[in-house]
Design a protein. Structure first.
Length: 621
C-alpha cells in the first residue's frame, strides 16, 4: 500500500497563500522592505588586507540599482519576456546580479556550468534558444566563439572579465551603459516587464547534469521557485538576521534555491565559489548557515577526526571525553529532549575546552548546515552534532525545484539518516514498487522540447516519478535508499543498494574519497576505491612513504591492507549478499574535470563503470 508522508508542525499559511506573483516581484518587494539592509557580501583583492582580500558589501537598494541597469541593457539588446538568457560562470557576485537582471527584464535564465566542454555549452545555448549569454571570462567566451555558427539565436555575449570586441562580445560596463540610456528614454521599461509577469511564466531552464546522455532542460516557472522560498519561510527555518555563505554552483538547482531564500526572507548572503577557499572564507565571513554537498562534510569530518586520533595521553582522554559528552547531548536533542542538569554541566566544560574550538574552524556562528544533492552518512551528521554543528539533510531534484523535504531544527524534530518532512504544500508518497512520488507547486512544467521524456516521469494528475527508492516512517520522516536505476541484482538474485553501502563506508574510513560499489549480474559485490589525496598524506608519512606520488601510495600493500580493514568493518554490518568481497584502489581520484563527478560532486556511475571496466573485470577473475 502506498504511504503518504506527513508532518505535524506550525506552518504560517499566510506566507504560502500570499506569495509573490514572480521572482521579479519578490525582488522588488524585498528591496522595498529592506532597502538599506545588507544584501550581499563578496571578496575583492586587497594586498593590504589579511589573506590579500577584503569583504565588500551591497545593500538591497544598491543591488537593485546595479541589476536594473543590466536588466534595461538586456531590453535594449532586444530581449523580450520569457526569452532565455544564459549564464556561463563560476559562483560569484556577478552571477547573482545577472540572474536578478534577467528576472527583472522578464526573461528566463539558462544555467551553464563553467566546467562544461564547449560542445555541451553550445548544445545548451542552442537547445534553450538563449538570445544573450553572460560569459565569465575569455575561456567561456571562446567556447561560444568556436561554435558561433551553431548559435544563430545569440545576439550578444556579455562578459564579466573577458575581452570585448565591441561587436558580438561586449563588457558588463557597456551593458550597464545601454541600460542607463534605455531607462533615460523609456523609464517604465522595467516596470512594464515586471508587471507583465505571471506565476506561470518561465523563470529558469536548468539542464540536468546528465549522468547519462545529453542533458535535459528542466522548465521551472516563477511560481515553482517563489513557492519554494515561501514554503521554507513558512516553517521559520531562517530569519532576516541570518548570514548565508553561498559557494555552491549557481547553475545547480540547490544553489538557485539558496538565492531565492534571501529574496523571500531578507537575510544577507556572502557569495564566493572557490571550493579550495571554503575553510578560509568561513573564518572571515562567519556565517550562520551554509548549504553544501555531503563530500564537504565528509572531508571535514575525516580531517578533524584524524587530527583528534593523533592526540596522545591526557589530551586524547580529554578529547574523547568531550566528544562522548557532546554525543550524549546531541542524542537527547535528536529525540526532542533536553539533557539533565549534570550532563549540561559536563557539556559546558567540554564545550569550553574542546567543542567550541572545532566550531571556530567554521566561523563560530553556525546555527546549522544544510546537506543536499546526495545522501550524507548519519554517523557523520551525528559527529557534527556532537560538536555543536547541526547538519540537517534535505531532498529534492532539479525537477522538483530542489527543496521537496527538509529536516526542521526549529521544530525540535529532525532525524539523522532521513531527509525530514515534505515542505508545506508538497505531497510525497511511496509507490508500490518503493519509488518516491512528489506532487506540489515546485514540480517542473516539463522538459524543454521533450514531451516524450516529460510523459515518462510526470503523470496527468501531477505526480512526478523521482526515480528514487524511499520510505516514510511513523513520524512522517522521509528516507531515501538509492536511485531506482542504480539498484542491481547479483547473479544469485539478491538486490544490492550501492549508494547505501557507499555512504556507510564514507562514515567508517577517514581516508576515502570515492567508494563505488559494483556487481550487477555478478556473483558478488565489489568496489572501486579512491583515497583522499589530502587525508592520505599523513597516513603515508607514518608508513614511511612521505613525499611519494599518490599513485605509488595507493598501489602499496600497506594501503590495500588499510582499506581492507575498513571494508571488513563495513561488511560486519551487512547481509551476506551485500558484503564487498573485493576492491581495487584506483591510481587517481575521480574528478569533475574528467567527467566522473557532476559539478555538484555527485558520482556519474555509468561513466565510472564504463571507464574502469577492465579493473572491474579483474575483480571477478
Amino acid at each position: 500500500m502506498a504511504r503518504q508522508a506527513v508532518g505535524d508542525e506550525t506552518v504560517r499559511q499566510e506566507v504560502l497563500e500570499n506569495r509573490a506573483p514572480s521572482l521579479a516581484h519578490l525582488f522588488r518587494q524585498r528591496v522595498a522592505a529592506s532597502g538599506p539592509r545588507e544584501a550581499f557580501q563578496y571578496l575583492v583583492p586587497d594586498p593590504s588586507a589579511a589573506g590579500g582580500e577584503r569583504l565588500e558589501h551591497l545593500t538591497w537598494d544598491q543591488t537593485r540599482q546595479r541589476t536594473d541597469e543590466w536588466a534595461a541593457g538586456l531590453a535594449a539588446l532586444g530581449v523580450e519576456v520569457e526569452d532565455r538568457v544564459a549564464i556561463a560562470s563560476a559562483t560569484r557576485l556577478e552571477w547573482v546580479l545577472a540572474d536578478l537582471a534577467v528576472m527583472t527584464a522578464g526573461a528566463a535564465t539558462t544555467t551553464i556550468y563553467p566546467t562544461m566542454l564547449d560542445a555541451d555549452v553550445a548544445f545548451i545555448v542552442a537547445d534553450s534558444g538563449s538570445r544573450v549569454v553572460f560569459a565569465e571570462n575569455d575561456e567561456q567566451v571562446e567556447k561560444l566563439r568556436r561554435h558561433r555558427s551553431e548559435l544563430p539565436d545569440v545576439m550578444r555575449v556579455v562578459t564579466f572579465d573577458g575581452t570585448p570586441d565591441d561587436d558580438w562580445v561586449i563588457g558588463a560596463d557597456r551593458l550597464a551603459e545601454l541600460g542607463r540610456e534605455r531607462l533615460g528614454t523609456h523609464p517604465k521599461t522595467l516596470d512594464d516587464r515586471v508587471d507583465a509577469l505571471t506565476p506561470e511564466h518561465l523563470a529558469v531552464i536548468i539542464y540536468t547534469s546528465g549522468t547519462t546522455g545529453r542533458p535535459k532542460g528542466v522548465l521551472l516557472t516563477h511560481d515553482a521557485l517563489v513557492y519554494e522560498g515561501a514554503a521554507v519561510d513558512s516553517v521559520s527555518l531562517l530569519t532576516q538576521d541570518d548570514l548565508q555563505f553561498l559557494w555552491l554552483p549557481l547553475s545547480h538547482v540547490f544553489g538557485k534555491i539558496l538565492l531565492v531564500l534571501p529574496l523571500q526572507i531578507g537575510f544577507a548572503t556572502a557569495v564566493d565559489g572557490r571550493i579550495d577557499k571554503i575553510v578560509d572564507h568561513l573564518a572571515v565571513i562567519r556565517p550562520t548557515f551554509m548549504g553544501a554537498a555531503p563530500r564537504i562534510f565528509e572531508k571535514a569530518y575525516a580531517r578533524i577526526s584524524l587530527m583528534f586520533a593523533g592526540e596522545t595521553g591526557v589530551k586524547k582522554r580529554l578529547v574523547d571525553w568531550a566528544l562522548d559528552v557532546g554525543s550524549r547531548v546531541a542524542a537527547a536533542r535528536e529525540n526532542g529532549e533536553e539533557p539533565g542538569a549534570a550532563l549540561k554541566a559536563q557539556h559546558a566544560l567540554a564545550d569550553r575546552l574542546v567543542l567550541a574550538k572545532v566550531r571556530e574552524r567554521f566561523g563560530g556562528r553556525i546555527r546549522f548546515f544544510i546537506s543536499g544533492s546526495a545522501a550524507l552518512n548519519p554517523d557523520v551528521a551525528r559527529w557534527f552534532s556532537s560538536v555543536g554543528l547541526l547538519v540537517i539533510e534535505g531532498y529534492g531534484l532539479t525537477e522538483t525545484s530542489a527543496a521537496t523535504c527538509v529536516n526542521r531544527p526549529s521544530s525540535g524534530r529532525y532525524g539523522f539518516g532521513t531527509v525530514g518532512w515534505p515542505l508545506p504544500g508538497t505531497q510525497v508518497r511511496v509507490a508500490e514498487d518503493g519509488e518516491l512520488l512528489v506532487k506540489g507547486p515546485g514540480v517542473m512544467r516539463g522538459y524543454h522540447q521533450r514531451p516524450d521524456a516529460t510523459a515518462e516521469v510526470l503523470t496527468a494528475d501531477g505526480w512526478f516519478h523521482t526515480g528514487d527508492i524511499g520510505s516514510v516512517d511513523d513520524g512522517g520522516f522521509v528516507s531515501i535508499t538509492d536511485r531506482k536505476k542504480d539498484l542491481f541484482k547479483t547473479s544469485g538474485g539478491k538486490y544490492v543498494a550501492p549508494s547505501a553501502l557507499e555512504t556507510t563506508f564514507k562514515g567508517i574510513c577517514p581516508y576515502v574519497s570515492q567508494f563505488v560499489v559494483v556487481g550487477d549480474g555478478r556473483q558478488f559485490a565489489a568496489a572501486l576505491v579512491t583515497l583522499d589525496p589530502d587525508a592520505v598524506t599523513g597516513w603515508a608519512q607514518a608508513q614511511g612513504m612521505g613525499g611519494r606520488p599518490y599513485a605509488e601510495i595507493v598501489g602499496s600493500d600497506a594501503a590495500h591492507a588499510m582499506v581492507q580493514g575498513y571494508v571488513d568493518q563495513l561488511n560486519d554490518g551487512l547481509n551476506r549478499w551485500e558484503t564487498v568481497k573485493r576492491f581495487a584502489l584506483l591510481d587517481r581520484d575521480l574528478s569533475v574535470d574528467e567527467g566522473e563527478l557532476t559539478p555538484s560532486l555527485k558520482l556519474r556511475r555509468k561513466v565510472v563503470v564504463e571507464r574502469y571496466g577492465a579493473q572491474i573485470d579483474l575483480l571477478y577473475r
